[in-house]
Unconditional design. Structure first.
Length: 177
């Protein structure tokens, strides 16, 4: 969020400098420096008035507090931090009449996974069992996956819980492998 605000600020600032320098030069050449300074003063006053009236829209309110709700992976073999790529899969069992709503809910989960470092993400239906969905995401390395565990926020947890609410057999869901 901060990066987007900073990017918007820089875009406006640098664009204003470029356009302003052209206008300033043309005005100072035609009317003199004194007139150009007066125009600049009036421009500043107009800008201050516009700032109070037109504000940047606030983004959605999301809780970025780390939730740390992902369980530690159960490992048979100890992996080195640079081991990779790492494929993570999550299994869901969804009743067929709820499948469309589930896939819509998984859009937020997809954005979360990609934002937190996944290189690829997919949601697949098992052709032998249409109630079985498998979410997969690919990470660059094992250490990246462990960092992903630290990055997951409370808002992310809510998105995951919304998707999990569609499961028909929560006890059968295999969280992470």
């Amino acid at each position: 969020v901060r990066a987007r605000a900073l990017a918007a600020y820089l875009l406006v600032f640098q664009g204003g400098m470029a356009v302003g320098s052209i206008l300033w030069g043309a005005l100072a050449t035609r009317m003199g420096v004194r007139a150009a300074l007066l125009v600049a003063v009036f421009g500043l006053i107009a800008g201050l008035m516009l700032i109070t009236r037109y504000r940047l829209a606030e983004g959605e309110k999301i809780d970025l507090t780390p939730s740390l709700h992902w369980p530690e992976p159960k490992m048979i073999v100890r992996l080195q931090p640079e081991t990779g790529p790492v494929l993570v899969d999550v299994e869901y069992f969804i009743e067929s009449e709820r499948a469309q709503d589930f896939t819509k809910a998984m859009d937020d989960v997809r954005r979360e996974r990609l934002r937190d470092g996944a290189m690829r993400w997919g949601l697949f239906t098992d052709s032998a069992n249409p109630n079985r969905f498998v979410e997969t995401f690919l990470l660059e390395s094992w250490v990246e996956h462990m960092r992903q565990h630290e990055r997951v926020t409370k808002s992310d947890r809510m998105a995951e819980e919304l998707a999990r609410a569609f499961t028909s057999a929560p006890g059968l869901q295999r969280p992470f492998t």
